[in-house]
Design a protein around this ligand. Structure first.
Ligand SMILES: [Zn+2]
Length: 369
């Protein structure tokens, strides 16, 4: 059976939430690849407490609209596009799967999509089923360049950063650091900041709590700290070929830094003490942007090279080390490396010269603040 790229890790609260939304919409798909026992092992105490006390703070204003859009694209693909797939395309897919002819155009698209076609070739599934899967990945990947063209003059929105001087000039910083071309390729719709809310994600729900309520909860149940999120990117909505059928723009959300104790991070030691929190906060936005770079611009070949470098490099930051035995290990290593490259470049060069070189060669436009 071909392993879908889309996996959930139930030790991560964000994945729990995504799963819940996903399960409601695609119950059949869920049955295919989710171990339901793990779902039941969620932290029930925290979840019960949250529902009893903080119900009115549970909401998610952003993803439902996006999920609706993705679902509409999915239906469009199934109702309109899939029935029109010509026999010519079908035989091209069958040829590709049989490895009978070289098809560099499709091979490149599939590598861009990080789709493991070798595994699909080996899969015992019906040839027509495999061909349809292959075609849907190819068709979707073709929408990436279209989406970039479509949105490139629109740019991303910023919201909620106004009151915080640490984020002054953020739009300019983002464009200076990454360059317009990379930012266009990131397909970011909006960067939202919720400075007065701690994001706690338990039992499949997100709670956006004011700091005093969070503090009270943490004093009663310290384990809640493990469920706070300072930021999130929704790039995975695009990178999972089973989930969406078309590239869409997705938001980045930044929450309160209240519960963060970061100023002692090793890489920040080169920054004067009063500046450290600010550098860390901006670095968090850059880290989230880097999830989009990893998702859309690190093709299968680059990922092989990247994996080897990370395996040789050891722990990059304490944060990336949290993911050391996680499926997102190499992605978080990348996003933290971009944080270092953009905010503490000296530290990256001195400690991880091979990573610095990889970024310089593959993303020469990325600069430092
Ligand atoms: Zn991350």
């Amino acid at each position: 059976m071909h392993t879908p790229e889309f996996n959930f890790d139930f030790s991560r609260p964000k994945d729990q939430k995504r799963f819940e939304v996903f399960q409601k919409q695609y119950p059949e798909t869920v049955k295919e690849f989710v171990n339901l026992e793990e779902v039941e092992a969620w932290d029930e105490n925290l979840s019960r407490y949250a529902k009893e006390h903080y119900k009115k703070y549970a909401s998610d204003k952003h993803t439902p609209k996006l999920l609706k859009e993705i679902q509409a694209d999915r239906e469009d693909f199934e109702d309109r596009i899939a029935p029109k797939i010509s026999s010519k395309i079908l035989s091209r897919a069958l040829d590709f799967l049989g490895g009978r002819k070289t098809d560099m155009e499709w091979e490149n698209l599939l590598k861009q999509a990080n789709f493991d076609f070798e595994e699909l070739r080996k899969s015992p599934d019906e040839a027509s089923e495999k061909a349809n899967e292959l075609i849907s990945v190819v068709v979707k990947q073709q929408t990436y360049d279209q989406a970039i063209q479509w949105y490139k003059n629109i740019g991303f929105e910023l919201s909620g950063f106004g009151k915080d001087d640490d984020f002054a000039g953020l739009r300019g910083h983002v464009l200076d650091i990454f360059g317009k071309e990379i930012i266009d390729k990131c397909l970011i719709s909006k960067i939202n900041c919720f400075p007065d809310r701690i994001n706690v994600s338990v039992g499949g729900l997100d709670y956006f709590l004011p700091p005093d309520l969070y503090k009270e909860w943490e004093s009663k149940m310290p384990q809640v700290k493990e469920h706070t999120y300072r930021a999130e990117s929704c790039a995975t909505f695009n990178t999972d070929h089973k989930f969406s059928k078309k590239f869409v723009r997705t938001p980045i959300n930044i929450y309160s830094f209240y519960a963060e104790e970061v100023v002692d991070a090793r890489y920040l030691q080169e920054i004067p003490e009063p500046e450290r929190k600010k550098v860390y906060k901006i670095g968090t936005v850059f880290h989230e942007i880097a999830h989009h770079i990893y998702g859309y611009m690190m093709d299968a070949d680059k990922r092989v090279e990247w994996k080897n470098i990370v395996d040789r490099s050891g722990i990059i930051t304490d944060y990336s080390n949290l993911y050391v035995s996680h499926k997102r290990k190499y992605e978080e290593a990348f996003t933290e490396s971009i944080r270092l490259k953009t905010t503490t470049p000296r530290y990256l060069i001195d400690n991880f010269p091979e990573i610095d070189k990889f970024i310089k060669i593959n993303f020469p436009d990325i600069k430092s603040i």
